[in-house]
Design a protein around this ligand. Sequence first.
Ligand code: ADP
Ligand code: ADP
Ligand code: MG
Length: 499
Amino acid sequence: MGQIIKKVLIANRGEIACRVIHTCQEMGIKTVAIYTEGEESALHVQTADEGFCLGSGPLSETYLNKQKILDIAKQTKSTAIHPGYGFLSENADFCELVEKNKIIFIGPKSEHIQLMGDKITSKKKMMEIGVPVIPGYQGSDQESETLKKHANIIGFPVLIKATAGGGGKGMRIVEKEENFFQELEAAKREAQSSFGNDHVLIEKYITKPRHIEVQVMSDTHGNHLHFYERECSIQRRYQKIVEETPSVAFGDELRHQICETAALITKEINYRGAGTVEFILDTDDRFYFLEMNTRLQVEHPITELVTGADLVHHQIIVAKGEKLPLTQNEITQRGHAIEVRIYAEDPANNFFPTTGEVQYVGKGRRPGVRLDTGIKSGDMVGVSFDPMVAKLITYAPNRTQCTEKMKKAIVDFPFLGLKTNREYLINVLDNENFVKGNTYTNFVAENKELQDSANTSVELAQVALAHLMSSKNYTNQSAQSSSSDNGIEDFSGFRNQHL
Ligand code: ADP
Ligand code: ADP
Ligand code: MG
């Protein structure tokens, strides 16, 4: 028999906090939200049963304050903590602190976070168990000359990466030897300020790669399952903006190999809970382990739509010590799903974040369309948190229909008052290379013109507004049945948490 989870504190905010709360509600579990001063009326606070203020100040005093969050969990008699993504989700000390205090951490054991959170230890582990890794230098000697010597051995171009890195921070491409020291300096500076650790590793820079990742889930009874792949090659600043599944990059054989490799990794490290194993696929169909994220991922909804699984539900089952209710054979991919991340930013101005009041956010509800957002009409988007304001996710029988559905969903999603990347996303989906499935991680850089033509915000906003006005009557009439549209829930959520 497993443990009982009656109340979960969600140590996060925005869309992911709302997402987790929705599954808890479905499972009859009470929820506690945390928030900072000024966020009292935020959607995640309104959605939860209870809300607790963390006060104000820098993140270290609020969403990253381990002790304060633990104290609130105890005070509210929460039996478990869900960390979401970002913030403390990959913090081994927090995980340990929570479990020491007899509260369930809905995630892996701290040893897994430690092993996988560092790009050097995880890479070494993969080499040990025979998983292919990108050729490179992952030694402890951090002398600049040593690093440069290894860059020469690897051969330029190389990629310098912060070993503690995440979110693309502390990462620098070096095209030729004479730029090495300058880029090393920059990578180390960024790594130090973002992660408090300036250690780096050096890798061969793979040109024209695809980013392929595999959703995994393990219970504590020896079941290590995968939920197939996601292709996330469309990235800006090493951050994903369009994700899809299945990947168009390969057929069943390679798919099987990559997915089985990911499941094998979780078995080898005796993993617990949800995770994502990221790979790079080169143009010769060779795949290499990139890193493992030991948490729920931003783009998890596309996996949910094609497999029919509720990944948060599974996370909670596992945290209770129960067996996963399905076997590998019962997990299949059906149809196609795409997610786009809507950011408050200006693509024409190098994706620079925009701020201001969100005058109106619509429901985005329609068959085959899921909207995860934590923002509602009247909210302010500021600089304190990540500028991701919503995720639109579409589902259809095939990729072409799914893309068409997404373009319509973006145009018709009323999000007024703030410049976003919506037109840019439409430009991407319309692009010939995207349509053909030629999606490589250099897509954004190679198609700069898509950014320049993405400045028709006002026009799009007006279309959305007009739509809104003309559909008012329809919305009212159908209000009663709207929550069960095609069985697809209107999850809510919001910008991420990282800086
Ligand atoms: P994904 O966006 O695919 O879920 P990322 O690796 O980009 O995966 O991480 C999600 C978010 O969490 C990122 O946007 C990043 O800023 C934040 N994050 C990831 N790792 C760290 C870390 N070690 N420290 C701080 N923030 C992190
Ligand atoms: P983070 O922890 O910041 O997410 P990753 O190691 O997952 O860092 O890399 C982020 C992205 O950078 C990948 O999705 C990929 O697009 C690119 N990348 C990483 N390593 C390489 C490499 N060796 N060659 C080419 N691109 C790479
Ligand atoms: Mg990554």
